[in-house]
Design a protein around this ligand. Structure first.
Ligand code: NAI
Length: 296
């Protein structure tokens, strides 16, 4: 199946860490992009964030100014789901909550044309389940980008039980056309990367609870000696503890409480305290301007 044409409109729902980045990727590939978030001003703020990133690239000589401006000009913030009705592909990147996602897709299906492809950037939730109450579940799939979306190459294209093979192939080809490296996977809890990554975080959190070493030491060790690009604590801070904790809970529940995936009370406490990592300025590390010590 061929990739979607760059004249076709891409809708992104959720303008947080992932949604704004995914919108940038699609706009960079040449598509007109509509970005919607139900928080007032968030879609506009997401696009402003992309603009600032691109201006930095222009200032460093890595991108022509008119190219950066053209990318931003292709991105439009919109006020409601109804404004996404003429999209060819929707990528949803909202809160990691099955019921909320199901509601959004049900509403989208009533607004969009029959050939609109519906995808979720969920990290862990069942695509089969998200699609189950749709009239046409065959056009729903997972399109799982990694953080930060404009930088990370991998995209997991996830097929639920009902996903049409042509839909998965179109998404695969489209991700490739966007400069990504897609892989096909079926809808298992956490898919591939987030499944394999759970024990990486969990073991780090156990070491921390046992007082083996502080996060900075553990991160440095895994980076420098272990060859990981990021250690578990700095990576959890980047992902956001609210998201990471929700993903762990979802994988744990989906595997009927398999203790390998048991969520950590340390992470639960961070979520309860609102210490969500980079996005809130504090997590395992302090990202505020006057923080003492080095945040990664
Ligand atoms: P985030 O918390 O940074 O952003 C979520 C955005 O969605 C917020 O701006 C919020 O206002 C908006 N939102 C929430 N409910 C909404 C609704 N009903 N309608 C419209 N907008 C709504 O979250 P993040 O990190 O961007 O995650 C989004 C999704 O992407 C989740 O499913 C997550 O599991 C997944 N994901 C997250 C990654 C990460 O590293 N943070 C990596 C890959 C996937």
């Amino acid at each position: 199946m061929p990739a979607l044409a760059t004249s076709e409109i891409i809708a992104v729902i959720g303008a947080g860490a992932m949604g704004a980045g995914i919108a940038q990727v699609a706009a960079q590939a040449g598509h007109p992009v509509r970005l919607y978030d139900n928080r007032d001003g968030a879609a506009r703020a997401g696009i402003d964030g992309v603009r600032r990133q691109l201006e930095k690239r222009v200032a460093r000589g890595k991108m022509a100014q008119d190219e950066g401006e053209a990318i931003v000009a292709r991105m439009t913030p919109v006020d409601g789901l109804a404004d996404l009705a003429d999209s060819r592909l929707v990528v949803e990147a909202i809160v990691e909550n099955l019921e909320v996602k199901r509601q959004v897709f049900a509403e989208l299906e009533s607004l969009c044309g029959a050939d609109t492809l519906l995808t979720s950037n969920t990290s862990s939730l069942s695509i089969t389940s998200i699609a189950a109450n749709l009239e046409r579940p065959e056009r729903m799939a997972g399109m799982h980008f990694f953080n930060p979306a404009p930088v990370m190459k991998l995209v997991e294209v996830i097929s639920g039980l009902a996903t049409d093979a042509d839909v998965a192939e179109t998404l695969y080809a489209t991700a490739e056309a966007w400069g990504k490296v897609p892989v096909h996977a079926s809808s298992t809890p956490g898919f591939i990367v987030n499944r394999v990554a759970r024990p990486f975080y969990a073991e780090g959190l156990r070491l921390l609870q046992e007082g083996a070493a502080v996060p900075a030491t553990l991160d440095a060790l895994l980076r420098q000696a272990g060859g990981f690009r990021m250690g578990p604590f700095e990576l959890m801070d980047l992902i956001g503890h609210d998201v990471n904790y929700a993903v762990t809970r979802s994988v744990f529940d989906a595997y009927f409480g398999d203790t390998r995936f048991e969520p950590s009370l340390v992470q639960q406490a961070l979520v309860e305290a609102g210490r969500l990592g980079r996005k809130s300025g504090l997590g395992f590390y302090d990202y505020s301007e006057n923080a003492e010590g080095d945040a990664p």
